[in-house]
Design a protein around this ligand. Structure first.
Ligand code: CAA
Length: 686
């Protein structure tokens, strides 16, 4: 039960919020705070109040689970107004973090002291809202318009050391926070409360920051709206500014973007809770990496950055030199980007070996060699021979059958897929691919390793492409069909960027290399897999040597413009590869087909248990494929559209191309029952 404690010591009331795990400001806490400050007002024995948080942080902000529900009194702005109005001084004593409404409570207090290293931030825009409890009016009064605007529009927290410079807090606590706060409070006895609301209105203009923010966050409403609320502080008296903030806050609260971002927040946390998995992970300290290409070197870099011991094995000295150079380059870039200090970087290096015996003591071996089954099986047979009992044997394959790789060893229970995304030391997503035989503690070890690497792990079953690449190949196929039917690849890229992806599918092809797609088409052909209509224009570009960025030309021409210019030559090649008359597809039709293919395949992936829940699909697309976070992921987006709308689209497309557009049974059933994918999230996580 959340509690707000009240005690007095030497004429000082100490009010402590205890609501684990993050002291969120839910209704019970708000009511408890209001009551505690009423008691303080009436308490003749207390001249000053100190407000603290119990546990690991001060206050984690509004209770996000209450958003989208009917508001419950007392409201946070009212509670804060009550604290600020206190006739006796109030000091906030902050440790760990003060975020969102948590920092806004502190700004309503009359003084602030913080432990070194404390993070102070207004991250609301990352949830699709704005600081709605006075943050947009009090912050600029305290630290100036520009600094407040930057903090609110970016949502990024600052450290207490920086906050004391800007005036957001008054003092850094040396030593024990409670003792330092009590000493500060003793100095404040008899002082008149110093209310932020009474500070002069800030001056200035944020139009440059607003323009820069709009350019940086295309398609998103909250960051620019938050700046509009901050600007209101320059022209309106405090109470009117608060009313304007409230109006804009309520408007954002009702947007689909708010719902999408909050879904993404909870999804990021829910994916780690795999239904039915409660095994403890095996200990990992020493990681072996087999293969030093881009992927292997990236995985080694990620492990080094997380403080793990790494041994990298390559076939020969040449391979090792290449791996060493890639890892050095990765680490140097991390230093340049401020993610790593030069001092720490100096101590980071893997051990290098050309013999697999060097992995005898590794706790986990991650294979990242050439994508061919016979090569992988040979590596795993060797790992089986050299690795110690209990070592986890992982493959980074992106589509091969991990069951088949596992049986190349005598210990298939120790084998798991760990599918990293390139560049492996940057991309957040890790698919943990579980075979028929993978032991639960091996799966748990994949999740524990991901956490250590700062990644988001998602459990995936075995199939061609697992969760992400399987869904990708479906929506890529839909895009290729549209090109064959008459859409320009440039029109498709533009429509998909407008939807919110950072790049369209043909820009992604240019980045990855057109040889990759070509090899995949050839492989599927050799395997006798049903291929449908082949992307003949992509084959033609491949044969013309237009492999993408690496050859200076692909779908786009990079020779004059590094960002890539549209190229009439490509339009010509595409037109020649069409077998029938071209038909027009507008941006709306393009997006509908692209998204319907994505959602339809995702429904199959869930129904087959490849993804445990719809939210697992959302996490994969959000963290590995550039799906716009404010749309929450494809399953959340589909629910928001209404599954009947998506089904109607698929049925319309199926009338023309029944071989490609068969509605997934799960999608069809949910749409007919009036259900939603979200219902399946709840069922499995309850
Ligand atoms: N409300 C409700 N639940 C919250 C929460 C919040 N504000 N913040 C965290 N939680 C929950 C998480 O969902 C998680 O729950 P489960 O264990 O059931 O998964 C649990 O608390 C622990 O959270 P984390 O795993 O994230 O813990 P952490 O130690 O890694 O991080 C944190 C702690 C930095 C506070 C992080 O949780 C966080 O960033 N929280 C969100 C903070 C935020 O955005 N606050 C602003 C809210 S909006 C607002 O305040 C609007 C306003 O102006 C009034």
């Amino acid at each position: 039960m959340p509690e707000v404690h009240y005690e007095t010591q030497d004429g000082i009331a100490v009010i402590t919020v205890e609501n684990p795990p993050v002291n969120a400001l839910g209704q019970a806490v708000r009511a408890g705070l209001a009551e505690a400050f009423d008691r303080f007002a009436a308490d003749g024995a207390a001249q000053v109040a100190v407000l603290m948080g119990a546990g690991r942080l001060f206050l984690g902000g509004a209770d996000i689970t209450e958003f989208g529900k009917a508001p419950l009194a007392p409201s946070l702005p009212d509670v804060i107004a009550g604290i600020e109005a206190s006739p006796k001084p109030v000091l906030a004593a902050i440790h760990g973090a003060a975020l969102g409404g948590g920092l806004e409570v502190a700004l309503g207090c009359h003084w602030r002291i913080a432990a070194p290293g404390t993070r102070l931030g207004l991250p609301e825009v990352s949830l699709g809202i704005l600081p709605g409890a006075g943050g947009t009016q009090r912050t600029p009064r305290l630290i100036g318009l520009e600094a407040a605007g930057r903090m609110i529009a970016s949502g990024k927290p600052i450290r207490a050391e920086e906050a004391v410079e800007s005036g957001l807090i008054d003092r850094l606590a040396g030593g024990d926070l409670r003792a330092a706060a009590l000493a500060f409070a003793a100095e404040l006895k008899g002082e008149a409360p110093r209310r932020t609301r009474d500070l002069p209105a800030p001056q200035g203009d944020l139009s440059d920051l607003r323009a820069a923010t709009a350019a940086k966050t295309p398609g998103q409403i909250a960051p620019v709206t938050a700046l509009d609320a901050v600007m209101a502080s320059t022209r309106l008296p405090f109470d009117d500014g608060i009313a304007e903030e409230r109006r804009l806050f309520r408007h954002l609260l009702d947007t689909p973007q708010r719902a999408g971002l909050i879904h993404a927040f909870f999804t990021d946390r829910a994916v780690a809770k795999v239904p039915g998995l409660d095994a403890a992970p095996r200990a990992i300290d020493h990681v072996g990496v087999v293969g030093g290409g881009t992927m292997g070197a990236g995985i080694a870099t990620a492990c080094l950055l997380a403080g793990l011991r790494v041994t990298l094995v390559e076939r020969n000295a040449e391979g090792l030199d290449r791996a060493r150079a890639t890892i050095d380059g990765n680490l140097d870039t991390a230093v340049q980007r401020g993610k790593l200090t030069a001092d720490k970087r100096a101590g980071l290096a893997p051990a290098f070996a050309t013999e697999m015996d060097a992995l005898a003591e590794a706790d986990i071996a991650i294979e990242a060699v050439f994508e061919a089954m016979d090569v992988k099986r040979e590596v795993f047979a060797t790992l089986d021979r050299v690795c110690k009992p209990g070592a986890v044997l992982a493959t980074n394959t992106s589509y091969l059958d991990v069951n088949e790789i596992a049986v190349a060893t005598d210990r298939p229970a120790d084998v798991v897929g760990l599918h990293f995304f390139s560049p492996a030391h940057v991309m957040k997503l890790l698919e943990v691919v579980v075979t028929d035989a993978t032991a639960p503690d091996v799966t748990a070890t994949g999740f524990a390793l991901a956490k250590r690497l700062g990644k988001i792990a998602v459990r995936a079953g075995v199939c061609d492409g697992f969760i992400g690449n399987r869904i990708l190949s479906a929506y890529r196929a839909a895009a290729d069909r549209m090109v064959l039917d008459g859409a320009s690849p440039y029109a498709i890229d533009a429509a998909i960027r407008d939807f919110g992806f950072p790049m369209g599918p043909y820009q992604v092809s240019d980045l990855a290399g057109l040889d990759i797609g070509f090899m995949t088409r050839e492989r599927l052909k050799a395997e006798g897999a049903p291929q449908g209509r082949r992307a003949t224009f992509a084959d033609a570009l491949y044969h013309a040597g237009r492999l993408g960025r690496k050859t200076g030309k692909g779908y786009y021409n990079y020779t004059a413009d590094k960002r890539g210019a549209e190229d009439p030559e490509v339009e010509r090649i595409v037109a020649e590869s069409r077998t029938g008359p071209a038909r027009a597809l507008d941006a709306d039709e393009i997006t509908r087909r692209y998204m319907a293919a994505m959602v339809n395949e995702a429904a199959r992936v869930v129904a087959e248990g490849i993804a445990a829940r719809p939210l697992d699909v959302d996490a994969v697309l959000l963290h590995g494929y550039g799906f716009p976070r404010w749309k929450g992921g494809p399953m959340h987006w589909a629910d928001a559209q209404g599954l009947d709308t998506i089904l109607a689209d698929i049925e319309r497309f199926a009338a023309e191309e029944p071989d490609f557009w068969q509605p997934a049974p799960l999608l069809r059933d949910l749409a007919r029952e009036g259900g939603a994918f979200a219902d399946l999230n709840r069922k499995d996580t309850a």
